[in-house]
Design a protein around this ligand. Structure first.
Ligand code: BGC
Length: 812
């Protein structure tokens, strides 16, 4: 027995059944319970995974906003993923966070998946490699990582109740693989069970939590539920350790009774407690076990900028890029997302950065001598936007922002705070939501221009908006559908038109009735107060953009999605860009042959004009330094470092696995092991861009492949791929190694990824990428890992179909 085991046993022995059971449910939204007599403090959990929000959802305590997981997936770089984890660990430490709720390692099964942006790839091996590195980056610095969501949680519709019907083989070879690697290789400290059921059994009660997780992979950490995902005493009999959030929930007193009545073994409770105490020793929450010292950290902002550029994918380049700073005299920057970029997706992963740089900011900074003209071109950000932070004044302090007051039923103020935004979320923190009858926001707003806008609020509940003391909106907004989580994250709005005059200050107030809200919402609150754009003249917006582009030397059109399109809580209805953006691109490209399009989305969209423009870049949700990174890539200061981590289709009809809608509560993973490029390879219609697609600014062909002739189960072989940089700039190449098994006795993908590496090659130089290929990846699951002996073909290349080099490997 180690020292920590002995200490854990001693602590466990000192606890009564009630105390042990109490430890198994959170104390509040984000903390576990402290127990002073055993020297245990509370442990703080926080979302993740593209930043660390901290205990409060509060713009006054900002967080670093890193590029989305899809951007990290596109970098194909485990070194970068490790640094990403380390930078997050520093953020966690700064915010007193012990456990980060990430990485999200579900797969891109359908491009419509609402949380696609939050996961890395359609490929399990790429996902596994990045996850393992990310976990090490966090945990090497003393902060716990949470692999989520276990498992087959690859869509959002009916997410609390749907069952993913998926066979063992697909589970083992695809959906569990990244969990397995990150547990076995990086010893992840936590796993989060998902909301959905797997083959009819809800995740928090599912045997998959025991086998393979504990019994085969030796997981010794904590299985935490997804928030509210523990719904039964049955989950206490399963290998579900911790129910979050608390303090209420399905366990508590009911679990004490169940143990007393012999319905749950006390030994099961003890096992869970041991795991929670072990986590405490790891994060430094149990006396005598300090957290590991963090390594010195690099600058978060500089890392954010580098990581964003490493993820940017250059899909088309007709001699257009890079732009030379000294040779560009005028730039037209066009698009809603050019000025208001989405730097992250919506939902629980949201963080509140201190600032963000837009592509427009990035261009202005990178081309100080050029004339930069901006035109909106199309309305993309539909729905309510908060009032601009630099134009609102707190009527009480006279400083920037708003005053928020919580009132009891007699109208007496019980709590007040000064906030900096009109988009507010209380999900943890001190505000007495449940005890208040009303919340009231007041501010003074000075418009920057004359306009007619719709003013109002978005939340679930009855609210009143007044302008200069006069009521303009009075409405009771009801939830759409029965997913209260989705309603909480992205509620419907009520607005009315008003006329604003440049420079004329208006007094605004919003009152929301908090009494009588749904139970789920009683301790949490979110609302937006602000305006909706006027979209009544779309042709005029396009015409304006065309004028800006016509006489400019080059044009950058930034297209993208909005917060109603990509978010946790629902799946996308379409792959098309919202609004008139396709028309906008075509109209601009028709008058300016040097039109570059930057796509600002976290997941695949259709690019019907991709052959009509000079260049196409994908920037994903690029994090708070997005604009700077975009400028770095446009000007060639940095390489476009990304390659597609997921195949992008030409049209919706071509996409092999599109539908995510449960039928009678069931999502059938009928395709088995054939998702992503594996599915595309089996059908006649080719995609627009294959897995791995993406160009650099130099030419780095793969010239040599060295692989061993034989291999045996259990070993990891090294496949070496030689590359040569034939251009005059330093560059990056992503090397992919695929396997095929011609004439296999079992159903196999046409080919499947078995290893990858990112290499940097100096101008005119060469390099060797050593790609580790675990022989396990040649095995298939059939009631155990089965190794089919004989010859396998290894292909090295850059996409799922561009594979110039071949070697043969015999499995003994
Ligand atoms: C999400 C999780 C998240 C949790 C806490 C859930 O709705 O599915 O990913 O960690 O909320 O915010």
């Amino acid at each position: 027995m180690t020292d920590s085991d002995a200490r854990i046993e001693e602590a466990l022995a000192a606890l009564s059944l009630e105390e042990k059971v109490r430890l198994l449910t959170g104390r509040d939204f984000w903390n576990t319970w402290p127990i002073e007599k055993i020297g245990l403090r509370a442990m703080l959990f926080s979302d993740g995974p593209s930043g660390v929000r901290g205990e409060r959802w509060d713009e006054r305590e900002p967080s670093l906003n890193l590029p989305s997981a899809t951007a990290l997936g596109a970098a194909f770089d485990t070194g970068l993923a490790h640094r990403y984890g380390a930078v997050l660990a520093a953020e966690a430490r700064r915010k007193g966070v012990d456990v980060v709720l990430g990485p999200t390692i579900n797969l891109h099964r359908s491009p419509l998946g609402g949380r696609h942006f939050e996961a890395y790839s359609e490929d399990p091996v790429l996902t596994a490699g990045l996850a393992t590195a990310f976990v090490r980056g966090l945990q090497d610095n003393g902060v716990g990582a949470t692999l989520k969501h276990y498992v087959a949680n690859d869509y959002e519709d009916e997410r609390f109740t749907a069952s993913s019907e998926v066979g063992d083989r697909a589970l083992r070879e695809l959906y569990l693989l990244a969990f397995e690697n990150a547990v076995v290789e990086a010893r992840a400290w936590l796993v989060m069970s998902s909301y959905n059921s797997i083959n009819g059994v809800t995740a928090s009660e599912n045997d998959l939590l025991e086998t393979p997780l504990n019994s085969e992979w030796g997981f010794d950490g904590v299985v935490v539920s997804d928030w509210t995902g523990v719904r039964s005493i049955a989950a206490a009999r399963a290998s579900q350790d911790l129910a979050m959030p608390g303090p209420l929930g399905a366990w508590g007193d009911a679990l004490v009774v169940a143990v007393r009545e012999g319905k749950v073994e006390e030994a099961d409770v003890d096992r869970k407690v041991r795991r929670i105490l072990r986590l405490a020793t790891r994060v430094g929450a149990l006396e005598g076990f300090p957290a590991r010292d963090p390594a010195p950290v690099e600058s978060g902002a500089a890392f954010a900028r580098e990581a964003a550029a490493e993820g940017i994918v250059l899909l088309e380049n007709r001699d257009a890029l890079p732009w030379r700073v000294d040779a560009v005299g005028s730039v037209a920057v066009i698009g809603d997302n050019a000025a208001h970029a989405r730097t992250q997706g919506g939902g629980s992963a949201t963080v509140l950065p201190a600032y963000t740089t837009s592509p427009l900011d990035g261009i202005r900074a990178a081309f100080p001598a050029a004339e930069v003209r901006y035109a909106r071109g199309a309305v993309v950000q539909t729905g309510l936007s908060p009032l601009p932070a630099d134009r609102i004044e707190n009527p009480v302090t006279g400083g920037p922002g708003v005053r928020v007051r919580f009132l009891d039923a007699t109208g007496h103020e019980i709590f007040a705070e000064d906030r900096l935004t009109t988009s507010l979320v209380w999900f943890g923190g001190d505000a007495p939501i449940a005890e208040s009858a009303t919340v009231e926001l007041t501010t003074r707003f000075t418009p920057a221009e004359d306009s007619t806008v719709r003013i109002g609020f978005a939340t679930i509940g009855a609210g009143i908006v007044s302008v200069d003391g006069e009521r303009v909106v009075e409405a009771d907004v009801l939830a759409v559908g029965d997913d209260l989580g989705a309603a909480f994250l992205n509620p419907p709005s009520a607005t009315e038109p008003i006329v604003l005059v440049e420079g004329r200050t208006v007094h605004l107030s919003f009152e929301l009735d908090l009494a009588g809200r749904a139970d789920f919402l009683s301790g949490a609150l979110s609302f937006q107060f602000g305006t909706e754009p006027d979209d009544s003249e779309p042709d005029a917006l396009i015409a304006e953009a065309v004028e800006a582009a016509r006489s400019a030397e080059v044009a950058l059109v930034v297209v993208g999605t909005n917060s109603l399109v990509e978010s946790e809580g629902w799946d996308r209805a379409s792959l098309a860009l919202p609004g008139r953006q396709d028309d906008l691109v075509r109209a601009v490209a028709a008058v300016n042959p040097r039109t570059v399009v930057l796509v600002n989305s976290g997941s695949p969209v259709l690019l019907p004009w991709r052959g009509e423009v000079a260049a196409v870049l994908l920037g994903w949700f690029g994090g708070q330094e997005f604009g700077g990174a975009v400028a770095d890539v446009l000007t060639g200061r940095r390489e476009p470092g990304g390659r597609l981590p997921t195949t992008w289709g030409e049209s919706e009809a071509d996409v092999p696995i599109l539908d995510t809608k449960p039928k009678d509560g069931i999502v059938e993973y009928r395709e088995g092991i054939h998702i992503g490029y594996r599915a595309w390879l089996r059908q006649p219609m080719a995609p627009a861009y294959w897995f791995g697609a993406g160009l650099g600014y130099t030419h780095i062909p793969l010239v040599r492949l060295d692989a061993p002739a034989t291999a045996t189960p259990g070993e990891t072989v090294t496949v070496s791929v030689g590359v040569e940089n034939r251009g005059d700039r330093d560059g990056k190449q992503v090397v992919l190694v695929f396997a095929e098994k011609p004439g296999s006795a079992v159903d196999r993908p046409v080919r499947w990824l078995v290893g990858f590496a990112a290499v940097r090659v100096p101008a005119g130089g060469s390099a060797v990428a050593d790609v580790a290929v675990p022989v396990r990846l040649l095995a298939h699951w059939d009631d155990g890992w089965q190794y089919e002996p004989g010859e396998y073909v290894l292909h090295a290349g850059t996409t799922a179909v561009d594979l110039p080099l071949t070697a043969r490997l015999t499995l003994r």
